[in-house]
Design a protein. Structure first.
Ligand SMILES: Cc1cc2nc3c(=O)[nH]c(=O)nc-3n(C[C@H](O)[C@H](O)[C@H](O)COP(=O)(O)OP(=O)(O)OC[C@H]3O[C@@H](n4cnc5c(N)ncnc54)[C@H](O)[C@@H]3O)c2cc1C
Lengths: 390, 251
């Protein structure tokens, strides 16, 4: 059954011609190259290298960045790309989010001219994969207390510490790593072959199986002086990257939800129980109607947020709301879709269980669901509730 | 060398077609696409353009909605876009008249099109236009190369492949080729957005649409397929085999 993207309010008609062309390009590629291969990639636990090449050739990596070989599209177009990629798989979208928003963006915004010229064209073309090291084994929601540290040893820096849960880590040529220099968080560009740096892969995931997740280990890792990102100090650095990635996720989750809705609708129309298609029963229709309702609301949130992002009048709390809501409903839609598929829902013949398992990670990374609640709570009340110490 | 590719926009193969008062109701079609054989013509035209350093012009004939398809063709590397604008029904002869006039105006030397359109299936555009402009016409082509000032076409016939050489002006009507179709990329899309589409009316081309002697009387959906038959268990093997042999003629 050909994919028909649910768009009840025809929100895509608000996109520009260019954004629609980019959408169709990515959607066709996902249909032809991703959907037929995704289950195999998950079974083998690999991110197919052809996908890296194709994303580079399509020119969608670092979508909203201008110059240095980057695409220079709108943020809305970036959202659309994430949505279409995540309709295929959240692991694929994770790859693109990390590359564009978490690895290219900090170099683009906070890097020196030399750093931008050196790294960005190769990252936009997909030749070099990037990763983003913020989370540590003991510091997830609370990265400000990280222990990875950098020391200034005169003609170079020495990095020590460990990062965990790092998407693309093992396959990356370039790692943007956040570490404390004295008491201040700074960004460093670490290259794959820097002495003292290893990136072992973390195995055994039940979620995002087609995405590589790694540890980054720094043992007296020596990096040249010109690899510090000169343009930012403190948590603002990693948080600005996260804002962009979270924006993409708020669109991406819709893609997963659309894929689950599509499969649930198809399945319920053809599955006969008690002599009639299960779609003809009120309980099932109620589920489908609820999915359509939540997807439509999520699409409106994402589109409006895209407009705000493109106009530059947004605050991080706007992004928190969309990330939190859209991932939340996508996960719930995946669960209900799984239910509608009955036993078939657990098979890899249908995409629903895969999306469901993927979205569990998406709910946790880039700020857990509840951390976004706390961000919005602080916005409403002016009182931070992250920690007991004020 | 001026290479021209003729493109037709047709209802997407996934679109639901409905009939109202005896004719297809276009307003219910939500998705339009480039006719699949035309996609092969376009891909081959792009390759030939690279091969002979030519200038590639895409021409379509039809209502407003067709310009999107021209922009899509620009996104993969078409140099010039021509939209012969006409709202409403055109029969094959009228379409060929308009296309032939445009080909003359833009001095097309090598013309490529699909062997038939996915909606009408008439298969007359290539031969019909060739007749009007006095060009050779080679049908069921899968590949065209430019070598030593000659055009070398590979065509598939019922016996195998045939290699044919010809010189311009020539029309090649494409079958499904062996090649993969290229995908656009963001850079192409951004350039395509800026590319101007030349819009022409039949009058601009000095073409008369009165030379037609065809009348479309009515259209109807294909008759519904008979429902499938289902057999379970080993008891039905004999029946299945005889049906496959005598009714379906597959064994
Ligand atoms: C597949 C995957 C890929 C990832 N990729 C990357 C990457 O590329 N780079 C990177 O740096 N990180 C990455 N992460 C890490 C991710 O960002 C963290 O997992 C996330 O920030 C949560 O941290 P944690 O897992 O330590 O959970 P914790 O912070 O320990 O949270 C556990 C639970 O406690 C809750 N909680 C925490 N603090 C509070 C509080 N104050 N009040 C109420 N509840 C609270 C949380 O909401 C959650 O429910 C990835 C994670 C996964 C699963």
């Amino acid at each position: 059954m050909d994919y028909e993207a649910l768009d009840f309010y025809e929100i895509d008609s608000l996109l520009t011609d260019e954004e629609r062309m980019v959408r169709d390009m990515v959607r066709d590629w996902v249909d032809e190259e991703v959907i037929p291969n995704i289950e195999n990639a998950c079974r083998e636990g690999v991110f197919p290298d052809e996908w890296r090449v194709a994303l580079g050739e399509m020119g969608v990596l670092g979508a909203p960045l201008q110059g240095y070989g980057c695409p220079g599209l709108s943020y809305t177009a970036y959202g659309v790309i994430c949505r279409e990629l995540e309709r295929g798989d959240s692991g694929l979208r994770s790859f693109a989010s990390v590359q564009g928003s978490l690895a290219m963006y900090p170099i683009w915004d906070f890097g020196s001219e030399e750093q931008k010229n050196y790294y960005l064209p190769k990252m936009a073309s997909g030749e070099w994969i990037g990763c983003f090291g913020l989370t540590e084994p003991d510091y997830g929601s609370n990265p400000g207390d990280m222990i990875t540290k950098a020391e200034d040893i005169g003609d170079h820096y020495l990095l020590n510490g460990a990062k965990m849960w790092i998407t693309n880590g093992t396959i990356a040529e370039v790692a943007v790593v956040w570490a404390k220099l004295g008491s201040e968080i700074r960004g460093f560009i670490v290259e794959k072959n820097d002495p003292g740096f290893t990136a072992p892969e973390m195995k055994g995931k039940h979620s995002l199986k087609a995405s590589v997740t790694s540890e980054l280990v720094f043992q007296d890792c020596k990096i040249p002086k010109d690899r510090i990102l000169p343009g930012v100090k403190g948590l603002r650095g990693p948080f600005s990257c996260l804002n962009n990635a979270r924006f993409g996720i708020s669109w991406g989750a819709i893609g997963s939800a659309q894929a689950c809705f599509h499969s649930a609708k198809d399945y319920s129309m053809s599955r006969i129980q008690f002599d009639h298609p299960i779609a003809s029963y009120q309980l099932v229709q109620n589920k489908l109607a609820w999915m359509l309702r939540e997807i439509t609301k999520a699409q409106l949130l994402a589109y409006h947020l895209g407009q705000k992002k493109d106009a530059g009048n947004w605050i991080p709390e706007h992004i928190s709301l969309a990330k939190m809501n859209n991932v939340d409903i996508a996960l719930e839609i995946a669960r209900v879709a799984r239910d509608i598929h009955g036993a078939n829902g657990i098979l890899d013949e249908y995409p629903v269980m895969r999306h469901m398992a993927n979205l569990e990670s998406v709910k946790t990374y880039e700020g857990t669901h509840d951390i976004h609640n706390l961000i919005i709570g602080r916005h409403i009340t002016g009182i931070q509730a992250f920690t007991r110490e004020a | 060398m001026n290479i021209i590719v003729l493109l037709k926009q047709v209802p997407d193969t996934t679109a639901k077609i409905s009939i109202s008062s005896g004719f297809m109701d276009e307003s219910t079609i939500t998705k339009w696409s480039m006719s699949p054989y035309d996609e092969f013509a376009l891909e081959s035209a792009l390759q030939l353009k690279q091969n002979c350093n030519g200038n590639l012009i895409a021409i379509t004939c039809g209502p407003d909605r067709c310009s999107k398809m021209l922009t899509d063709a620009a996104a993969v590397g078409t140099d010039k876009l021509i939209h012969i604008h006409h709202e409403g029904y055109l029969d094959s002869i009228q379409t060929q008249t308009l296309l032939a006039a445009a080909i003359k105006k833009f001095e097309g030397e090598v013309i490529m099109c699909g062997k038939q359109a996915a909606d009408t299936n008439s298969g007359s555009t290539g031969p019909g236009v060739a007749e009007l402009i006095g060009a050779s016409c080679i049908t069921h082509v899968s590949e065209v190369k430019y070598e030593n000032e000659e055009l070398i076409a590979t065509r598939l016939n019922s016996l195998g492949f045939e290699i044919i050489s010809t010189s311009p002006p020539s029309i090649f009507a494409f079958d499904k080729g062996v090649k993969e179709l290229r995908r656009p990329n963001v850079r192409g899309i951004m350039m395509a957005k800026k590319k101007e589409i030349t819009r022409l009316t039949p009058e601009d081309l000095g073409a008369s649409l009165t030379n037609s002697n065809i009348n479309l009387i009515s259209q109807m959906p294909p008759s519904e397929k008979a429902p499938g038959q289902k057999y379970e268990g080993t008891d039905s093997i004999h029946e299945i085999v005889s049906k496959l042999r005598d009714e379906a003629n597959v064994i």
